[in-house]
Design a binder for this molecule. Sequence first.
Ligand code: HDE
Length: 703
Amino acid sequence: MGTPSDGNGKQRQREAYHAEDPASGPLTTDQGVDVDHTDDSLTVGERGPTLMEDFHFREKLTHFDHERIPERVVHARGAGAYGYFEPYESCAEFTRAAFLQDPSVRTPVFVRFSTVQGPRGSADTVRDVRGFATKFYTSEGNYDLVGNNFPVFFIQDGIKFPDFVHAVKPEPHNDIPTGASAHDTLWDFVSLQPETLHAIMWLMSDRAIPRSYRMMQGFGVHTFRFVNAEGRGTFVKFHWKPKLGAHSLVWDEAQECQGRDPDFNRRDLWLAIEAGEYPEWELGVQLVPEEDEFAFDFDLLDATKIIPEEQVPVRPIGRMVLDRNPENFFAETEQVAFHTANVVPGIDFTNDPLLQARNFSYLDTQLIRLGGPNFAQIPVNRPVAPVRTNHRDGYHQGAIHRGTNYFPNSLGGGCPAHVGAGGSAFTHYTERVDGATIRRRSPSFQDHYSQAALFWHSMSGWEQQHIVAAFRFELGKVDARAVRARTVEQLARVNGELAAQVARGVGVPEPSAEQAAQVKQVSPALSLQSLRGDGSIRTRQIAVLVADGVDAGQLGSVRETLAAEGAVVEALAATEEPVTGTDGQSYTVDRSLPTVASVLYDAVLLPGGPTGTPAVTGDPDAVRFVRSAYRHGKPIGALGSGVGILSALEPEGLRLSTEFHHMISDRGVVTDTAPGAAHTDFVRAFVAAIAAHRHWGRPPLRC
Ligand code: HDE
């Protein structure tokens, strides 16, 4: 590993960092002077004024006063982790990138996930795009793939970015709303800028409220270029596919979660890694030969468009595993600096105007955020490849450079020298570009509706319902009626039924649907239904509601199976006092019901026993828990008297187990009134219901 000045700097830096760790020795000042007392300032007498000569006090306060750096203008709230990437096989046919050649070579990575609109202290489960930025510390230098969990962006040209971000951020007069897009200025912008519509469809879908960072896709968004050793280019789009499948919350739940646990996604990532449940994604690429650049009915350079997977399949090329949490949030997750222009030989840009703008913006923003040009020396940003430059000095310079600082030189032995042509150097792809200076969007970028319609038509029924509800919610928060109406008119160009349903919800006239875009075929790959992952229930959080009198046999058998499948099972009761089972044994309670809520779990189990779960005795927290899990489509398993709780809620038309009909599984509600330990078919059905994540089309509860 290298630094600007030496070859083993990373190791040395680590040692220095730990030497400064206050936990590893006596308290000192910044100058290394031991401190005997940090609780009282130096005063004249016990009640007198504080003395200026108290340098420890002044240093402590001064440092504290300067602890904050500007937060990112977008993507301020995030969570990160380290891990590695390994290719499945050599990709030499398409790219010379060293980290994509050899399956036996693991490349270290750091990934930062983020929300976009909210500030650092905002909640995780807001409706928003999620950032998915990966830094590959490759042997040829750092490569940053700075993507999102949507494959398309809201605008086509980076010059619109400040306008878009101003519109979506809190309104300038009152700084409201935090972490939300449901306000006038965003929708004003959307209604006037139809290129936003495709990404807006994604934003209104459940993709914008992921269950977990570990359960969402990532996309490079732009069309990039692979370049092989012969200099041949191939267009490439990057896809990350989560091993656990892509799963989302429902909006009502996401909102409650913002209060119950604002750190929901951050905590989930942290805990999974701490538990050794390392999240994993497969990296896939869509490859388009250069000669097919114009083979599509959209422009490959337009970042508001996808290449449907059915048209160009995603080819898996490797996997990424995140297996280490950062040690210090500020030092690593906050100070990591991604830059789209951090590329390595074999990966290059295209003329996508959004990407070109990003290549300017990311470096520019770090200069102010991280206080000068030396941020690449911060440990999390340091390449593992050696760094030898003639860059010198500047704020926060940590290297002690020696020798000459210009090129060419003879006095420094000509070092650092150029590598020879055709060697390991990055060589920009040779592309002939002709044209007059012009400030105009290409006509090939003008179709803003077809792919928004493709997305809509590719959704399952429940996904479409959620999209309609999201539009109604968002536009319902818009005060300007004209903005509501104008947005609905735009939606009519996507789909008439969508527009009509939204119009009815927000009280504006239903526009004519004559202009709706025609869709020749759908793309099933866009639906969350197609992204079930490996079908396992690993790391799903299962709540078991218990009380004194719980059927010990049932509790034990289901718990064991769920735990064996990798689920995290927690026993919840009215208080944290252990409960006594039917076998007279005492059972630990993990959490008390008032401290948790159904929105923090993926599924709930109601074991039997005379008074086996707190809901049987009418505990309001428990009843609310079950009702909320039911409404959010979560799997519910109930045994014996536990089934009675469900019947009492009267889900009209839902089939529940009775004394004549044992195990019944209906829309994710799995019940069994048979006496004795839980039967295998019950456990199997409950596990299958959890693996399916959510269950739609349940009848409403009457009680
Ligand atoms: Fe970003 N974006 N962006 N962006 N972006 C930033 O860089 C910008 C865009 C993305 O975890 C900023 O270091 C412009 C698309 C992620 O640290 C800033 C344009 C995509 C992150 C910036 C875009 C992204 C950022 C803010 C339009 C998906 C968080 C702080 C031309 C492909 C990275 C920073 C992290 C962050 C500019 C559009 C993803 C200001 C000008 C498209 C994941 O430089």
